[in-house]
Design a protein around this ligand. Structure first.
Ligand code: NAP
Length: 508
């Protein structure tokens, strides 16, 4: 079912999709009329929802979390059947989704997220009076959220994009992913119930099924104000280009993946080879490698590589086979791996004798820094349990390699003590490269918190100034608005002289 405002609708022709473990599903593709209706309702909902107080939005977000939790086992079983993800991962992701919703609820309830700034006027200033100027963030308008295949809950229907857009005061229209249509419907109905329970205007949320044409129609719709996307580079770039070709362009916040370089320094690898190998294999194989933060590139000193590779092979041979999200992603994994392995100067270090989408095992390959710098084909993301080891001979070679890389979500350095403190220059090069720098840890497992930055320079995302994880994600869906010479009674509460909401403000 498409969930459109407070109704459900299935006017389009059904089409079939095959989800994880070969489960065939049929669902109706949204028609042009259904798309128009969802956007018209969102537009009309925006006229009141944009003025909803932090307390009202917080009640809505908390009600969504409660409704999701009350789905109980039905939701867990549905996600498992559609995605092939194990129960522990699904319950963990449900917990993350609900705490994310509650975190945004607390953020908007507290209220300081609007970044209020007040510059008092001075009528007596010479040679010209100084105006009274006050600024805060206000919501953009209806947001289209493309749900992600690899997080059926936390980056999907009620995931971080939806939570942050609703928290900002923007109605949301979800374009469901074909990998998990039943999960999408269950969660969309939960949001619909929460909206009714908390008296939200009809159209504050809708969810549509469909394909590329549906997504294209939504991005091109004149009443859509912004787009959030997590997926492939090809998909994100296509939507970004569509949005920029509109007569009235709109922002597309696309998170498109990364190879997340890991740099290991000589003393660290000498002292901790076995422990580090196990830690990195755990990260490479987590969730069958289907994470945008998967460490796809490990840079190690050539002189110390042998022991590490030996320990890594041991850990890889113990990795249990896992189910991939769907056949298409498995095929894309094999295709990307084949291309990289065939690019020349690459040697397979570990490869399973057989692989299938229902039981995938990790693959690791190796090349030299010189070959890697020369051949951009080796820089490609292989979405799945794969990593490329690159051996370097000197720090100059390592620096040149870092300079050859495109924008990344994360960059990690393994070094301790004096070896760490003496590599300030290396850390400075890493700054240019990524949105998050990590010391002695793995990039997978992105903490949902206020300080998190999940984004990075192009092509990791379409806009490195923003994050899609953590409370900072709300800023994507708001714009600054200045009020000049307004009488106090016409100002929003956030900017009134007496600060009735008691929020943090910068006062000049
Ligand atoms: P995808 O192909 O990028 O699709 C994601 C969503 O965007 C789907 O709803 C898709 O519609 C829509 N879409 C893609 N291109 C479009 C276009 N040109 N016009 C309109 N809509 C478009 O991602 P996926 O299917 O989840 O996985 C495919 C590959 O993406 C993976 O193998 C992996 O390489 C990468 N991926 C990356 C991340 C990440 O974290 N960055 C996450 C998941 C996947 P449909 O419903 O028609 O497919």
């Amino acid at each position: 079912m498409n969930i459109i405002g407070y109704t459900e609708s299935a006017q389009g022709t059904p089409f079939e999709t095959v989800t994880a473990a070969g489960r065939a599903m049929q669902y109706p593709k949204a028609t042009t009329e259904e798309i128009d209706k969802a956007v018209a309702l969102a537009k009309s909902a925006f006229s009141s929802f944009r003025f909803a107080t932090g307390i009202q939005k917080a009640a809505f977000l908390r009600a969504i979390a409660e409704e999701i939790e009350s789905l109980g086992d039905e939701l867990v079983k549905t996600v498992m059947a559609e995605s092939g993800l194990p129960e522990g991962r699904v319950t963990g992701e449900r917990g993350r989704t609900c705490s994310q919703l509650r975190l945004f609820a607390s953020l908007v309830e507290e209220g300081s997220w609007v970044e209020a700034v007040i510059d008092h006027g001075d009528p007596g200033r010479q040679p010209v009076p100084r105006p009274d100027v006050r600024r805060m963030l206000v919501p953009l308008g209806p947001v289209v959220v493309f749900t992600a295949s690899n997080f059926p809950l936390a980056f999907s229907t009620a995931g971080g994009d939806t939570a942050s857009a609703l928290a900002a005061g923007c109605p949301v229209i979800v374009k469901g992913h074909e990998s998990h249509p039943a999960t999408n419907e269950l969660v969309a109905r939960a949001i619909q119930r929460a909206a009714k329970r908390t008296d939200m205007p009809e159209g504050v949320f809708s969810s549509l099924n469909g394909d590329y044409e549906t997504g294209k129609a939504l991005v091109e719709h004149p009443d859509v104000a912004a787009v959030a996307f997590t997926g492939s580079h090809r998909g994100g770039k296509a939507l970004f280009d569509l949005a920029n070709r509109r007569p009235k362009p709109i922002p597309v916040f696309a998170e498109m993946g990364s190879i997340n370089p890991i740099i290991i320094m000589p003393r660290y690898i000498r002292d901790k080879s076995a422990q580090l190998a196990a830690q990195l294999v755990g990260s490479v194989t987590l969730g069958a490698g289907q994470f945008c933060t998967n460490p796809g590139l490990i840079l190690l000193p050539e002189a110390k590589a042998e022991d590490f590779i030996h320990a890594m092979k041991q850990a890889l041979s113990e990795a249990a086979p896992q189910c991939m999200l769907n056949e298409k992603i498995f095929d894309a994994y094999l295709g990307a791996m084949r291309q990289l392995l065939g690019a020349g100067a690459v040697e397979e270090v570990f490869a399973p004798s057989e692989n299938s989408s229902a039981a995938v095992r990790p693959t690791v390959a190796k090349t030299s820094a010189a070959a890697f710098v020369k051949n951009p084909m080796l820089h490609a993301e292989v979405f799945g349990p794969f990593t490329l080891l690159v051996t370097w001979r000197s720090e100059e070679e390592l620096e040149a390699l870092l300079k050859s890389l495109e924008g990344q979500l994360t960059a990690t350095l393994f070094a301790e003590g004096e070896e760490l403190l003496s590599h300030g220059d290396l850390l400075n090069s890493m700054r240019e490269l990524a949105g998050r720098l990590i010391i002695n840890g793995v990039p997978t497992g992105v903490e949902v918190c206020h300080a998190m930055q999940h984004g990075g320079p192009w092509p990791a995302t379409t806009d490195s100034r923003f994050t899609s994880v953590g409370t900072g994600a709300i800023r994507r869906f708001a714009r600054p608005l200045a009020f000049q010479n307004f009488p106090d009674e016409l100002l929003p509460d956030e900017l009134k002289e007496g600060n009735p909401l008691g929020i943090r403000r910068m006062v000049g």
